[in-house]
Design a protein around this ligand. Sequence first.
Ligand code: URA
Length: 249
Amino acid sequence: MNSPSTRNGKPLRLDKYLSSVTDYSRSDAKKLIKNGELSVDGDVITNPGALVSADASLELNGQNLRQVQHRYFMLHKPQGYVCATRDRRHPTVIDLLDEDNQDALHIAGRLDIDTTGLVLITDDGPWAHQVMSPKRQCFKRYRVGTGLPLDDSLVERFEKGVFLSESKRRTLPASLSILDPHEALLEICEGKFHQVKRMFGAVGNEVVALHREAVGALELDSDLAEGEYRALTAAEALLAVTGTVQNGS
Ligand code: URA
């Protein structure tokens, strides 16, 4: 894994960096750092808020945290493909890859057959889990086309959460930006089955087009045509599990 800086050039807080490349929570990461158990490029750093670049070499009690080389890909999913490793009836997103050992690959957050946009694929199971877990607050940004006009009151309703069928809990706070009467950007950090379509259904509207633009702070590369994919750098893989997406960016 080698990449000199994050795409947006921003260094990362050390505690955030440590918790995003391990299973440690942010508070455990802080403790480990204060205890002097972490070194960055060979120097012990005890300030959890210290800023480091995404290509820094981290060692926890002498063990390099980036020793395992994993593969990370971003794919621009076209309609008609399913997010599954195998399917009897439809082509899968894995069929679009030309990679060795495809059986080891996981899809980090599935899209419906008719949804387009950013799909992340990896052989790093814990990373895929971080991308998908609502606890990590890893927001996904969708561009949504609707059948009926959008009402401004929806912004507050989605922020408060709505009840999806057969669920006793509201959806987690979501951020909606209405772009025009039939188009909006929606950021959610959950990945329930058909979540976006069901959220709009719950408020009496209907999704007629759905495209995922970003996961965390990682945007779909505009150079990728539908069906194309490319490897992520280590810094980009980190962007997917850090930061929230800025609506309208
Ligand atoms: N929500 C949906 O309803 N469909 C998707 O493909 C992704 C999120």
